[in-house]
Design a protein around this ligand. Sequence first.
Ligand SMILES: [Fe+2]
Length: 570
Amino acid sequence: MYHPDSSACIVVDGKLVAAVEEERFNRIKHYSGFPSESIKFCLNKAGIKIENVDYIAIPRKPQARVLNKIFYGIRIPKMTFKRVQAWQKTFNVKEKLSQIFEIPSEKIKAKIIKVEHHLAHLSSSFLISPFDKAFLYSHDALGDFASTMWGIGEGNKIKVFEDIAFPHSLGFYYTAITQYLGFLKFGDEYKVMGLASYGNEFLDVFNDILQIKDYKFELNLSYFLHHKKLIDLNLEGEPKIDILFSEYLEKKLGKRREKDEPIEKKHENIAFSLQRRLEEVVFHLLNSLYKKYNLDTKNICMSGGVSYNCVLNGKIFDNTEFDNVYIIPAPGDAGLCIGSAFYVWNCYLNNPRDFIMEHAYYGPDYSEKEIEDEILKRKDEIILRGFKIEKVEDEDLLCKVTAQKVSEGKIVGFFHGRMEFGPRALGARSIICDPRKKEMKDILNKRIKNREPFRPFAPSILEENTAEYFEKSHPSPFMLFAYQVKKDKQDKIPAVTHVDGTGRLQTVSKKTNPLYWKVIKEFENITGIPCVLNTSFNESEPIVNKPEEAINCFLRTKMDTLVIGNFIIS
Ligand SMILES: [Fe+2]
């Protein structure tokens, strides 16, 4: 709360019951503020009243790194003011809840536990992972004045080894260069990651910007501004981030690219070097730490916003000692709610671990009646627009028809079951298309997505066929790994093969999403290809949550077909 990607979850008897980001309700991307609607949804889903909650976990600990905070507070007085404001809000949680639920705050008996930001990150990936023992590593921009933390997890115990404090931060490193390249919105780093696969090396400057110091890293601060001024992320509303890079960076790399200027070869080279240096440094850290702590595990749990870097994640297997990687579906700050809640259950209350987060479908769902009512409300408009509404009760037939439409080159909105937690659409709120058609990317961009042309689209592939199409087959259920597409398969799925020959894949398991699995299986039966192109169901907005939003998005854009519950609108 009061940080970007505000979210909430509920854990009942050690099991995750519900988790959701506030942006899905208020429709403000990366919303920063109090997750009121998310809390209401989680309590409703669990059938629990706020009065009966035992613990409230908050992923923020004002006491952490106090000396560091005072040092920078003196240099940047505005920062102190903002921090005090943020801290105050963590003390007013019961008051806020009493307003939301319209009950006296004394009725809220829950004990409030504050968990340090990066400890919550480490917990978010380990305590819900399949591993009994693992090395834990978190890297982001900043949280409780640290940017990186590592430790070891075993059973229900987490031991933190060390951290790297502000102002040295891989998150700020990536964001500053993202801004230099003309992408100014909060969360734009993933765009630059797509651009990074173009171009040649530009490494000298980047070796100077991001330096290795023994088993850690340091930023050369002459390239940055974040240690000199307030980085105000907005406590309420859509987060915006000030410019982080200095004039010195422009002196070294030339004038920044303005937002609307064309992307030139030079920009591609810079993005490439940015990514390459990040990978070098992270692999150096992981390898040094492996030796330093004499680790006897090949498992690693990763978290923090930099863990969205699927290109880096996909290379861990070949560049480090680690063979098994688990990353929560929302390794950024949205996942902190899960980390802090499980920290309380497993570590604070000393309960054994008894839950693995195997899928991301913990958001809201809607009954067939709710979906039907929404369609009936819009029936005239739908028919007037020339669409036909069909109800298909038989699930096998629904999957067959969906696969048929995709194989005919249609753009299909697919809305089923509980919404995904985390920023990736994974077959519950997805738009799916035929990956065999190279032109599909441009068609999608022209008709719906309007993305930068260099950005790739991702494949959803049947888990059991992964090794047939990709050089690696380690599961990627949350679309957080990019692997090389096998040479002989690249021309079979050109719409989801990036220019560097990789694909940021989702492996789809029959166990965790049987319906989506069946659609892809039917697509394979028709085409011989066990994968579809999958992109999020939205158009310049947070992913759709309610049926109403799906129908709006369908009618607003040039989608061909909407498969929603038992209905097919085409
Ligand atoms: Fe974070």
